[in-house]
Write a protein that binds this ligand. Structure first.
Ligand code: GLN
Length: 274
C-alpha cells in the first residue's frame, strides 16, 4: 500500500512537472516577434512610447490569425532584414519596399501598399525634377530606397552585364548625400540648413512637410517623366512557407475588406497631429 501511495505521488509530481515544461515551451511558441522602425508615419510611429500605425495593425491581425501574442521590436531600419534572415525575428513590417537585392535575403509577402519617393524642400525652393537637385545637399534615411536612389545618382552605377559605368543624373554636379537615422532627424537638419532637401517615401514626406510651416513635398520625378514606383511587403525568413502563406492570407483579406486603406487614413490623421 505504502509503495503504491509513493508511486502515485511521484506520478502526480511527474505529471505536474511535464505540464510546467509544456507550458513554458508553449509560451516560447506563442509569440510572434515583429521587427519595425517606429519612425515612419503613418505605417509606424510612437504614441505614448508604443509603436502604432498601419503596419502594427497588420502585425496584430497576423498574430490573431496565428493565435499568438504579438511582440514588437523597435530597431534601426537598416538592421531589420538581417534580423529576419537570421531568424531573430519572425516578421519585418516597416514599410519595406520590395527590391531584387532584398529578395535575395528574405521572402516577401504580397504587396499591401504602393509608394513613390518624394522630395521635401523649403516652400520657396523651385525644384521640379531630380535633376534640379544638382549641387545640393540631400538628406535621406539610412538604408532606405530613397538613400539607394540618391546615392546611385550621385556616384553612378555599373551595368550588371558589361560592368560599364552608367552615369548618375547627379554625378559630378557637387550634390552630396547625408544619411540620417530617421526622416524626422533629416527634417530637423533641413530646418537648420544642414541639408537643402530630404528624399523619403510619399506619406512620411507629406506628414513631415506638414509639421513645418515653411516645408513642402513634391513627388520625385526624372526630367524624362519617369518615377520611382515602389511596393511595400512583409519580410519573412527565406523558406518559411507556412508563415508566408498565413501572412499572405491575412493581407489579402485586409485589402479585400478595405482595412488597409482605412488604417492609412486614420493613422495619417493621428500621426499628423502635434
Ligand atoms: N520604403 C523605404 C524602404 O524600404 C523606407 C522604409 C522606412 O524608412 N521604414 O527603404
Amino acid at each position: 500500500m505504502k509503495t503504491r501511495k509513493i508511486i502515485s505521488v511521484l506520478l502526480v509530481v511527474a505529471l505536474m512537472m511535464s505540464a510546467l515544461v509544456l507550458t513554458s515551451c508553449e509560451k516560447e511558441e506563442d509569440v510572434l516577434t515583429v521587427y519595425t522602425n517606429a519612425e515612419f508615419p503613418p505605417f509606424e510611429y510612437l504614441a505614448d512610447n508604443k509603436p502604432v500605425g498601419v503596419d502594427m495593425q497588420i502585425a496584430q491581425a497576423i498574430a490573431d490569425e496565428l493565435g499568438k501574442k504579438l511582440v514588437i521590436k523597435n530597431v534601426k531600419f537598416d538592421t531589420i532584414l538581417s534580423s529576419i534572415s537570421s531568424g531573430k525575428g519572425d516578421l519585418g513590417i516597416a514599410g519595406i519596399t520590395v527590391t531584387p537585392e532584398r529578395a535575395e535575403s528574405v521572402d516577401f509577402s504580397v504587396n499591401y501598399a504602393t509608394s513613390t519617393q518624394y522630395i521635401v524642400m523649403k516652400k520657396d525652393a523651385e525644384i521640379k525634377t531630380i535633376e534640379d537637385l544638382a549641387g545640393l545637399k540631400i538628406g535621406v534615411q539610412l538604408g532606405t530606397t530613397g538613400d539607394f536612389i540618391i546615392s546611385d545618382e550621385i556616384s553612378g552605377t555599373e551595368d550588371e552585364e558589361t560592368g560599364e559605368h552608367i552615369k548618375g543624373v547627379l554625378e559630378g554636379t557637387g550634390a552630396t548625400v547625408t544619411q540620417y537615422n530617421s526622416a524626422a532627424d533629416a527634417a530637423v537638419n533641413m530646418d537648420s540648413g544642414k541639408v537643402d532637401v530630404v528624399v523619403i517615401d510619399m506619406l512620411p514626406a507629406e506628414i513631415v512637410a506638414g509639421q513645418y510651416d515653411n516645408f513642402k513635398a513634391i513627388e520625385l520625378v526624372y526630367a524624362d517623366g519617369s518615377k520611382t514606383d515602389e511596393s511595400y511587403a512583409v519580410a519573412v525568413k527565406k523558406g518559411n512557407k507556412e508563415l508566408l502563406d498565413t501572412v499572405n492570407k491575412v493581407i489579402n483579406r485586409l485589402i479585400e475588406e478595405g482595412k488597409i486603406d482605412k488604417w492609412v487614413v486614420e493613422h495619417t490623421t493621428q500621426s499628423s497631429k502635434g
